[in-house]
Design a binder for this molecule. Structure first.
Ligand SMILES: *[C@@H]1O[C@H](CO)[C@@H](O)[C@H](O)[C@H]1NC(C)=O
Length: 522
């Protein structure tokens, strides 16, 4: 796992004159869906004559994201100009022509890398009436160098050639070197799109969410203060009455359930596993966002994913600690089972989804298909890193904070739950609970989805951090209010309701992703 992009930047990416510069071919895919990619050589392009490097050794993150770097065979040397040179010919037979026509019809773009800088080029073009198809055959590379480093690459596609079956199409390239003033640290700036990501709308939405947070926190504290004070006043007045009066008096509200609120939740095993996993995911999000803010992880392929996996494995004790201690507090006995479920809940769901997508990817020969070795690596991480660390966390959690220390005893017999209005039902509270947290993040989700499906690099992790903080505050407020309503309706099943009323935000985000996919992408 390459974890230190700065190290590579400092030591590896310097060239001496005439040193070999490798042009890596990565993927091709439709311009309108960045997630659908195939190997560059899945289209019948031809390879240059130079044959020194075979395949790039990819990192874990790259393998999982479908990066497929293959040597182009083009001879490029640092600071050495190359005039237009033919590097190979495509023998265009019927199937090859069909493959190209399909790619051109679907607006395929290809992606290459020079010195970690991505280069995009379009495969070809159709004429207006869509009968003739043309392939761009001449790659004109202009590389900017600053001292002994590459800081800028421009690709111009020229040499439009009509695709006629049974002809020979020569592919050519040229390289021009230019002095550039761009600093090495700033060389990725031209790929970023500040006018999109730092648009007024984005600032405005953050401001909006921020105001909502202030409003909500004020509202919640005011309501709770006033109602709780009123409740206390009512309860203490009732205390002054003698037993006779109290039996006749109409006691109602949350105090009635004091003998039941600390009753273990239903399904404590899965509940504590979910809580433990949630704590872990929260710490992973926090750490990864902070690292991304510090280190510009987007400049290196796959390093974001590698970092996330590394941090996830490293924070496994958090999962074990909170899951294990909660399970012990709820009187659970099968703690080994809980540990396994807690440890593998998220990895199993993520890997299950990924392997399912993998089958589709293999079927379509997409570059997303995960190599077998990578699957083994991921399984090894699960069994030999995540599980032991989780065990450590679980043992600590059970011993340090596994004792139930509730302020009041749990009644032997559960209290019957009275009839209540429909909007006090847990299911309704759960559905309504997610709306406000979702409302506070959906603009940010729009930017994240855009960078997922379109060719835009997400780089505004400061925004993301702010939104994460806002989301947490809103979620906490909403959960407190939901729990208060539920307990006041004398329903003591608050654990799941409180968890799910916040978790339903995820359902709204999921639905929004469908909306985005069908209506905002092609
Ligand atoms: C690449 O194109 C941009 C914009 O046209 C230009 O400013 C820059 O100098 C070019 N770089 C090189 C190395 O030609």
């Amino acid at each position: 796992i390459s974890f230190l992009p700065l190290m590579t930047a400092l030591f590896l990416l310097q060239y001496t004159d005439k040193e070999e510069v490798v042009l890596w071919m990565n993927t091709v895919g439709p311009y309108h869906n960045r997630q659908e990619t195939y190997k560059y050589f899945s289209l019948p392009f031809c390879v240059g004559t130079k044959k020194t490097i075979s395949h790039y050794h990819e990192t874990l993150g790259e393998a999982l994201q479908g990066v497929e770097l293959e040597f182009s065979g083009l001879d490029i040397k640092f600071k050495e100009e190359v005039m237009q040179t033919t590097y190979c010919d495509i023998e265009l037979d019927k199937p090859k022509r069909d493959a190209f026509v399909y790619a051109i019809k679907n607006h395929y773009w290809y992606q290459m890398y020079i010195d970690d800088l991505p280069i995009w080029g379009i495969v070809g073009e159709a004429d207006e009436n869509g009968e003739d198809y043309y392939l761009w055959t001449y790659k004109k590379l202009e590389i900017g160098q600053n001292g002994n480093r590459i800081v800028d690459v421009n690709l111009t596609s020229e040499g439009k050639v009509k695709l006629v079956p049974n002809t020979r199409i020569p592919m050519s390239y040229s390289v021009k070197w230019k002095k550039s003033d761009v600093k090495f640290e700033d060389r990725f700036d031209k790929y970023l799109d500040p006018s999109f990501f730092q648009h007024r709308i984005h600032w405005f939405s953050i401001f909006n969410s921020f105001m909502m947070v202030i409003f909500l926190v004020g509202l919640v504290s005011m309501i709770l203060m006033r109602t709780l004070r009123k409740d206390y006043a009512r309860y203490s007045k009732e205390e002054e009455m003698d037993d006779m009066d109290r039996d006749l008096g109409d006691e109602y509200g949350w105090k009635q359930v004091h003998g039941d609120v600390f009753r273990p939740s239903s399904h404590p095993l899965i509940f504590s596993s979910l809580i433990g996993s949630g704590c872990q995911i929260f710490s992973v999000s926090l750490i990864v966002i902070i690292l991304a803010m510090i280190e510009d992880l987007y400049t290196e392929r796959g390093s974001m994913l590698s970092t996330a996996i590394f941090v996830y494995a490293a924070t496994s004790p958090v999962n074990g600690y909170f899951g294990g201690s909660l399970y012990a507090k709820q009187g659970g006995r099968r703690w080994i089972k809980q540990m396994f479920i807690g440890a593998f809940l998220i990895p199993a769901m993520v890997c299950g989804t990924a392997f399912f997508i993998n089958f589709i990817a293999i079927y379509y020969h997409a570059s997303r298909a995960i190599p077998f070795g990578t699957m083994v690596a991921v399984c090894c991480i699960c069994f030999f890193v995540i599980l032991p660390l989780n065990l450590v966390g679980t043992i600590l959690g059970r011993n340090l904070s596994g004792q139930p220390n509730f302020p009041c005893r749990v009644n032997a017999v559960p209290r019957p739950i009275p009839e209540k209005k429909w909007f006090m039902e847990p299911a309704v509270i759960v559905c309504l609970g997610g709306i406000l947290p979702f409302g506070s993040i959906f603009i940010e989700m729009y930017f994240i989805f855009t960078s997922f499906w379109a060719y835009k690099i997400y780089y505004v992790y400061g925004f993301m951090m702010l939104v994460l903080v806002i989301l947490c505050i809103v979620t906490v407020c909403v959960t407190i209010v939901c729990t208060y309503f539920l307990l006041n309706a004398e329903d003591y099943r608050w654990q799941w309701t409180s968890f799910l009323s916040a978790a339903s935000t995820a359902v709204y985000v999921y639905m929004y992703s469908f909306y985005y996919y069908f209506f905002k992408t092609k």
